[in-house]
Design a protein around this ligand. Structure first.
Ligand SMILES: Nc1ncnc2c1ncn2[C@@H]1O[C@H](COP(=O)(O)OP(=O)(O)OP(=O)(O)O)[C@@H](O)[C@H]1O
Length: 647
């Protein structure tokens, strides 16, 4: 290799790093982040160059989804997976690995084992081979009990106008009623690599951004208003990052409950008992009684009760009263209490709820109300105590405080930090109790919040639903990832495991954590940003060298190639040939031994990642070149130079 070639490359690389480093430093200076890891996520939005590439990669994901759906439609169901992969590669270079990732989504509704790979009934040779959805883990009876007792729903809220105005983009796709895909863009530490990791999660239900409150409330509530018999109760817990719609969803469930109660057949003569209190730090306050401090104690029946909490009671429907009147009276009790919720200003949400609020609604047959013994009257203890009448149905609604990360609390006072830490401790305890469902040993005693929710973890007849709310905006990616990972963990034992993860210890671990599948797609760092104006076919060897030095942010800057390779020759090499040329058996010392015109093998320096990574380089270079080619073609057509495009 002639020394002039090396100095050319060095010059080009220097140019790249000189241009990029100040940009990166400026990003660091303007961010509140306290860890590089955090910045790598935040860069998605902060860096305009990276943003457009990530948006394009998410659009590719949707493109692949709709293309495969079309290929799978009845009349078109003769496209093999291999052919589909080639079509995808042609249309969106580098996205081929999305084919096995997206296929399971299209199999929704098929029963397990219905389609055997390559053995589908009535399928001819070469037709699209669909893998059956398999359950990877054996499900124990304990898992089954837990599945029945806990359901996890996820509700992404719509993007706000402020977020849209701030150039945000969607990082959540809900393509099935039970799964969603989070698109996690990552700028690698070197700054020279960009990738989008698509993570698919499975839950009991996933709402669309446009799903209304009625639908959400109905699903979260299930059959509670119809009553579940003696002892059976229900808890709906709203969990998520601050500002994602926990209170909004809480009110939605409450509204549906209210309407159900007002319409309840034979409601006359029934009574509704309501308690509403909040846990703020280690203290409890009664929202029905102007935030008077109360205590949570365990009574002689091992029942956890809010001692001193006011119990509001109203008759479901008096004589001649309609549904409207009933709803109005219900609102009269609840609305004043809702307004009392303690709020503190945080950087993310001006009226953020910093406490966990717990609303209990119990419906009883008043006629059957027994005489309340004196010991239960003052102070009124447990509304589910038989002394208050036969239980028909009870609902507990929990609006948790927002989960936050340090990055959002950077400008908080010490007191607020303490508050934040306390909230996270409570949420951690809740997660642990749900994970350990059915295990005796009183883990719930670890925190006030889990103590008041004891039945959720220990009462086999109790049914609980966690509604996790997430933001779809790129700026909240880290939070959404955090929320989804947490609720995914709450449902260990669920989910399916499919092909591309096989054999990877990391993927296996993620699967155990509830992530069904992940796949990462390399994204070019800049959209043909190297300023080439002529089709690849007519690039000279010098052009090829220049392009290699700057393509993908200088990622291929270390590549040393055989002399005389021009654009046409480069295009003539396929993925496999390129991969072979990058054979690691060629030591970089060969570099020194070759003069101009002598080389016949591409050599790359040791660099990051070792042999495994190096073997991928051929494929990555192939894809980068196709992307560049398409970009230049588009540019020429736009400039009215169609004649220069060599089709
Ligand atoms: N699904 C939705 N559809 C429309 N608007 C929504 C939705 N979810 C939330 N919002 C709006 O987003 C804002 C924040 O919602 P909300 O106050 O419920 O968040 P939160 O998670 O309870 O926050 P905090 O933890 O601070 O209490 C509100 O203005 C609410 O109206």
């Amino acid at each position: 290799m002639a020394s002039t070639d090396l100095s050319d490359l060095a010059g080009a690389l220097e140019d790249v790093s000189q241009r990029r480093n100040p940009e990166r430093e400026a990003l660091w200076a303007s961010t509140n982040a306290d860890a590089r890891k955090v910045l790598s996520y935040r860069e998605n939005l902060l860096s305009p160059a990276v943003r457009s590439q990530l948006v394009a990669s998410i659009a590719n994901y949707h493109g692949v989804y709709w293309l495969l759906r079309y290929c799978q439609s009845k009349e078109k169901n003769n496209v093999s997976s291999e052919l589909a992969r080639h079509i995808v590669e042609y249309a969106w270079a580098g996205s081929g690995r999305l084919v096995p990732f997206v296929q399971p989504l299209l199999l929704r509704g098929r029963k397990e084992g219905e389609v055997e790979e390559g053995k589908g009934k009535g399928k001819g040779k070469g037709e699209m081979k669909l893998k059956p959805v398999k359950t990877a883990k054996s499900v124990t009876s304990k898992d089954q009990k837990k599945r029945a007792a806990f359901s996890i729903l996820v509700r992404p809220r719509p993007m706000t106008s402020a977020e849209t105005a701030a150039n945000n983009y969607h990082v959540i796709s809900t393509t099935s009623p039970t799964s969603l895909t989070l698109h996690v863009g990552r700028v690698h530490r070197s700054g020279n690599r960009l990738s989008t990791e698509h993570r698919r999660y499975e839950f009991d239900g996933v709402f669309g951004e446009g799903d209304g409150n009625e639908e959400v409330g109905e699903k979260a509530l299930g059959t509670v208003a119809e009553g579940q018999g003696q002892g059976g109760g229900r808890t709906v817990i709203c969990y998520g990052q601050t500002g994602t719609g926990k209170t909004y969803t809480f009110k939605a469930v409450l509204d549906v409950m209210k309407r159900k109660l007002a319409k309840l057949e034979g409601g006359e003569g029934k009574a509704v008992y309501i308690t509403f209190y909040e846990i703020h730090g280690k203290k409890c306050y009664d929202l029905m009684n102007e935030r008077k401090a109360i205590k949570v104690l365990t009574d002689s029946n091992d029942k956890v009760v809010p001692l001193g909490a006011k119990v509001a009671k109203f008759e479901l429907r008096g004589e001649g009263e309609g549904e409207e009147e009933c709803t109005r009276r219900f609102d009269g009790i609840i609305m004043a209490a809702l307004a009392l919720r303690s709020t503190t200003s945080t950087q993310r949400n001006d009226v953020s709820s910093r406490s966990h609020s717990i609303l209990t609604i119990t419906l009883r047959d008043e006629e059957e109300e027994r005489k309340v013994p004196a010991r239960c009257v003052s102070p009124p203890l447990d509304v589910s105590h038989p002394a208050y009448g036969l239980i028909r149905s009870s609902l507990r609604l929990v609006d948790l405080a927002g989960s936050e990360q340090n990055v959002d609390t950077g400008k908080m006072a010490a007191r607020d930090h303490k508050e934040s830490a306390e909230i996270n401790t409570a949420l951690m305890h809740l997660k642990e109790c749900i994970r350990g469902y059915g295990k005796k040993g009183g883990k719930y005693r670890g925190h006030l919040l889990t103590r008041v929710l004891k039945e959720c973890f220990e009462d086999g007849s109790h049914r609980s639903t966690v509604v996790a709310t997430v933001s779809p905006a790129a700026v909240d990616l880290l939070h959404s990832l955090n929320t989804l990972n947490h609720v995914a963990v709450m449902q260990v034992g669920k989910g399916v495991k499919r092909g591309t993860d096989k054999g990877s210890a990391v993927r296996e671990k993620e699967f155990m954590l509830g992530v069904v599948e992940t796949t990462a797609v390399e994204v070019p760092l800049c959209e043909g940003g190297v300023g080439f104006n002529k089709p690849v076919e007519i690039w000279t060897p010098q052009d090829v060298k220049r392009w290699l030095a700057v393509a993908n942010g200088g990622k291929f800057g270390h590549v040393v190639m055989p002399a005389g390779v021009d654009g046409r020759a480069l295009l003539g090499l396929n993925e496999k040939t390129l991969g072979e040329l990058f054979d690691v058996s060629q030591e970089s010392s060969n570099l020194q031994a070759r003069g101009d015109g002598e080389g016949s093998t591409w050599v790359i320096s040791g660099g990051e990642g070792g042999e495994g990574r190096r073997s991928d380089w051929g494929r990555e270079l192939y894809q980068a070149l196709r992307i560049e080619q398409k970009y230049i073609e588009k540019k020429l057509i736009k400039e009215g130079k169609e004649s220069e495009v060599t089709w």
